[in-house]
Design a protein around this ligand. Structure first.
Ligand code: ATP
Length: 361
């Protein structure tokens, strides 16, 4: 463990029945219950407007919830001022003081806490070494790269030794390669320090790689929370399946062993015939689809290829007579005009019911 850093015990965060209604109208958080375990990274992920920033800012104390409670290390902090919660926040735009040096920026929270000069400098030096910005302490933010600025923002958050580190899309202003590097550094940092982190992103890859717990949000509610493996391999509903896994989602009604939607007919394996008469959504990952005639107990679709879109290792294949295109591995690609048959193993098909919370058959 790095020497010289203030290091209180990591603290768990407990959210109970949290609701936030802004004056302007819509409900941003709707009865959210969540436990963020001590010493782990909890990632809040979801599309724009789902409420993840509001949840993070509520933990920080920068938003006052309409209802519900927040506990940190077992203590109710719902009405506690931000600076007394033992949390620190890293912002998307770094929020550094442009006229101050890196050292002065990192010193700021220590000055606020009236930490004496000698200890202040010791702590700044320790956090700067940890983040490898010790040679940049006399520079101004304008003389730093994006990645270096982000490190300064993280340093300023870490220097008081918070119980909980809150991060709001901290990597989204960095280019793709730097983002991947910083992601690995954040993981290593968290492992070294053992700090509890709550991390907001809209990037599903970032969520799956960073999170011990991944919390998928939609419309102010938690759609599913679990380990990366749980939410990816066993999505609880079609929203999570589409958002995290890039699954093909196909809606329709089950009629006589087929999924029927408008003109489109897809033959279903026997175990799905029991949904006769019901509307269901099938979820099939790109890697589960291949070319070839479906066996008796497999899923099968057929038709002429009318359009294909290259996505790299995958390709979107629009098949005549089917309302949604299928995302398939590039190796199964067929040229426009060819009549193709596509199949999937029964075991690889997820079934979601339309009541939103869904089920996996
Ligand atoms: P993004 O990824 O775009 O930042 P988000 O998931 O973080 O989105 P929030 O910023 O938490 O979402 O917003 C949730 C909802 O609350 C949205 O409908 C948003 O328009 C609304 N909202 C957020 N801040 C305010 C505010 N200060 N006043 C009124 N409505 C707000």
């Amino acid at each position: 463990r790095p020497a010289g850093l203030a290091r209180p015990e990591p603290a768990g965060v407990g959210i109970h029945g949290l609701t936030k209604r802004y004056h302007a109208g819509a409900i941003a958080l709707d009865h959210v219950d969540l436990d963020c375990p001590a010493g782990e990274i909890t990632v809040l992920v979801g599309p724009s407007g789902c409420g993840k920033t509001t949840l993070l800012r509520s933990i920080a104390g920068l938003e006052q919830p309409t209802n519900g409670s927040i506990r940190i290390a077992g203590r109710d902090v719902t009405r506690t001022e931000p600076q007394r919660r033992g949390v620190a926040m890293v912002f998307q735009n770094y929020a550094l003081y442009p006229d101050k040096t890196v050292r002065e920026n990192i010193a700021f929270p220590l000055r606020m806490a009236r930490v004496g000069k000698a200890e202040r400098n010791d702590r700044i030096d320790a956090v700067a070494r940890l983040l490898r910005i010790d040679r940049l302490l006399d520079r101004k933010p304008s003389q730093l790269s994006g990645g270096q600025r982000q490190r300064v923002g993280i340093g300023r958050a870490l220097v008081r030794g918070p119980n909980v580190l809150l991060m709001d899309e901290p990597l989204s202003n960095l280019d793709a390669q730097l983002r991947v590097e910083m992601r690995a550094e954040l993981l290593a940092l968290q492992r070294d320090l053992g700090t509890t982190m709550v991390y907001v992103t809209h990037d599903q890859v970032e969520a799956l790689t960073l999170g011990s717990t991944v919390v998928v949000m939609n419309g102010g509610k938690i759609s599913q929370a679990g380990t990366p493996e749980q939410v990816y391999t066993r999505p609880g509903n079609a929203f999570v399946a589409g958002f995290l896994g890039g699954m093909n989602l196909i809606d329709g009604r089950v009629e006589a062993g087929h999924l029927v939607s408008g003109e489109s007919r897809i033959s279903l394996p026997g175990r799905l015939h029991g949904f006769q008469g019901q509307r269901i959504t099938l979820g099939i990952r790109p890697e589960s689809l291949s070319r070839g005639h479906a066996g008796d107990d497999e899923l099968g679709a057929a038709g002429p290829v009318v359009l294909t879109e290259m996505l790299g290792s995958d390709r979107m294949v629009h098949i005549g007579g089917h309302s949604s295109p299928l995302r398939m591995r590039e190796e199964h690609h067929a040229p426009v005009g060819d009549v193709v048959t596509v199949r999937a193993d029964a075991a690889d098909i997820h079934v979601f019911l339309p009541d939103h919370d869904g089920a996996r058959a």
